[in-house]
Design a protein around this ligand. Structure first.
Ligand code: AMP
Ligand code: MG
Length: 397
């Protein structure tokens, strides 16, 4: 049976990176750049005051206190008209261009007014000139961001600074989510006999949104071939189709049969892991398809371990599956069976590093227990004492 590491490798090998698209600047946040970006100007574009104060000549300030004549006032956005000469200064605000002749800005806190258009400099530290030199951040024409770089709020600010109102990013996948099961009731109804509410189509939509993609909920299919065919058929046009439930060994678990009927290429249908054993991965043209286990915890575990990295790969992430963190168990743990267990835990940052605290859960249907976890410890069968270093996958990054 496929191991979790093998399964991840198969998923990533068979998942394409999507093409580049041009989007308006703010829509790029959460995506990855598909082009290197160069600056169209020097940054900063002029010698800029970093502080409110007085622009003066350092050689006039060797002995303090000293009085200087104020020849001009410069708010941000106003260009200087006068050169600062011996014994002179310009009153300057943060962000304003430093006038010719001046080579430092004395902060306003180190001055007092002397009346009659003059200022008294009480002290001046020649080591803090308080000037951001023209081009000191980046020179015109130089690359400020490489292709593949994450667009975060700071990159949006940088892209705006270098004149980009549109930018090329890797396209986000179009994702469709389908629940399956005759027993599933809508959120707004009290479940009848034998029914439970559909949790997974919603949790999977939410998981996709967290990954920066808007998924479409196709609804819930009955455990009937005709219904499954129609709804899975509709989802095959998407870049990613997520089907929850109907993939185990039961008589009514018809999803693999319907996948077969559509002629999709199934790469694996079970993984040697707990929970999440019945996880199916298939491809169809450039689209990828996951059959996720129906139990609400299992579906989210499989999503985190396999779907999330696939979505990141599609979006051009250079490291779709970051390595797990290492931490020490806060309690002894025994793992039975023969499969790799992904155990719900809480990660805490301590002075000595991360600690891994198992949370009490009643298994793969227990979303109450799972809600206390923020990571999955990766444990092979065996007995682990308190303090043992283990690996864990954070649920959210
Ligand atoms: P299955 O994989 O379809 O055999 O489902 C396994 C278990 O998960 C069963 O107890 C189902 O009732 C439950 N289940 C399946 N789909 C959902 C869903 N969308 N929301 C909540 N529970 C589900
Ligand atoms: Mg089912």
């Amino acid at each position: 049976m496929t191991t979790p590491d093998e399964a991840l490798a198969i998923v990533l090998e068979n998942t394409p990176r999507l093409e580049a698209v041009e989007v308006p600047l703010v829509e790029a946040v959460g995506a990855r750049l598909a082009e290197p970006v160069a600056s169209d100007i020097d940054l900063p574009p002029f010698d800029k005051s970093a502080m409110d104060g007085y622009a003066a000549r350092a050689r006039d300030l060797h002995a303090t206190p000293v009085e200087l004549e104020i020849i001009e006032e410069l708010p941000a956005g106003v260009a200087p008209t006068k050169e600062v000469g011996p014994g002179q200064c310009t009153k300057i605000m943060t962000g304003a261009p430093v006038p010719a002749g001046a080579d430092m800005v004395v902060i306003v806190e180190d001055t007092e007014t002397a009346g009659d258009g003059r200022v008294r400099i009480l002290q001046a530290d020649p080591k803090s000139r308080n000037i951001c030199a023209c081009g000191e951040d980046i020179r015109k024409g130089r690359t400020v961001l490489e292709a593949g770089h994450a667009v975060r709020p700071s990159e949006v600010g940088l892209l705006a600074s270098v004149g980009r109102d549109r930018v090329q990013v890797y396209r986000r996948p179009r994702v469709a989510v389908l629940g399956t099961g005759n027993e599933l009731a809508p959120i707004t109804e009290t479940p009848g006999p034998g029914q439970i509410r559909d949790a997974n189509s919603w949790s999977l939509l939410a998981a996709c949104r967290r990954a920066g993609v808007e998924a479409e909920r196709l609804g819930v299919a009955k455990d009937e071939e005709a219904d499954l065919r129609e709804m899975i058929g509709a989802g095959l046009a998407r870049d990613v189709l997520l089907v929850s439930g109907g993939v185990s060994m039961g008589e009514w678990d018809l999803v693999p049969k319907v996948f077969d009927a559509f002629g999709v290429a199934v790469h694996f249908a079970t993984i040697r892991m707990k929970p999440g054993k019945p996880t199916v991965f298939a491809t169809h043209g450039s689209g990828i398809i996951f059959g996720l286990p129906g139990n609400p915890v299992s579906t989210l575990v499989a999503w985190r371990l396999f779907v999330w990295p696939a979505i990141r790969k599609m979006m051009g992430h250079p490291e779709p599956a970051p390595p797990p963190v290492h931490g020490r168990l806060t309690a002894p743990v025994t793992v039975g069976g023969k499969r790799t267990t992904f155990m719900p835990v809480r990660l805490r940052s301590e002075r000595s590093g991360w600690t891994v605290e198992p949370v009490t859960t009643r298994g793969s249907a227990d979303l109450v227990g799972f809600s206390r976890a923020d990571a999955l410890a990766i444990l092979e069968p065996g007995t682990y004492e308190t303090g043992t270093e283990v690996r864990a996958v954070p649920l959210e990054l």
